[in-house]
Design a protein around this ligand. Structure first.
Ligand SMILES: [Zn+2]
Length: 125
């Protein structure tokens, strides 16, 4: 076991496993049906979606931009302070123990301007 391997978190190992699995399926189907894209388009999409889970890749960046450009996307926030960072447990408000959650659109949250949009991600990584 090298020190380098230990630096990966469980989340990034999971993302890496998904990428390897998707890439291998794509490889297998293109090897078997090289002239028939219909046979491997699903695997191609699976690889795209797996890469979107890997921070630092261009697929991840483009997926993030797509989300940011969709003002009707809803974000789960704390019902007391209307902040996602509270609901995610990053910064708790005074009422977090009794508060529930509400869904707010990205446009609503932008108008409120209570916190950085960095917290408005769907995936809880
Ligand atoms: Zn709160």
């Amino acid at each position: 076991m090298t020190g380098k391997i230990q630096k990966y978190s469980d989340a990034s190992l999971y993302a890496l496993t998904r990428v390897i699995d998707a890439a291998d399926r794509l490889y297998a189907s293109t090897a078997e049906f090289p002239d028939d894209p219909a046979c491997w388009s699903d695997h191609m999409e699976a690889l795209d979606s797996a890469l979107e889970g890997c921070p630092g890749t261009s697929a991840y960046y483009h997926a993030k931009r797509r989300r940011e450009n969709n003002p009707s996307e809803t974000i789960t926030v704390c019902s007391a302070c209307l902040q996602a960072s509270c609901w995610q447990g990053i910064f708790y408000c005074d009422d977090y123990k009794t508060a529930g959650t509400v869904e707010k659109t990205r446009a609503d949250l932008e108008a409120l301007a209570l916190e950085s949009s960095d917290y408005w991600t769907r995936d809880s990584e």
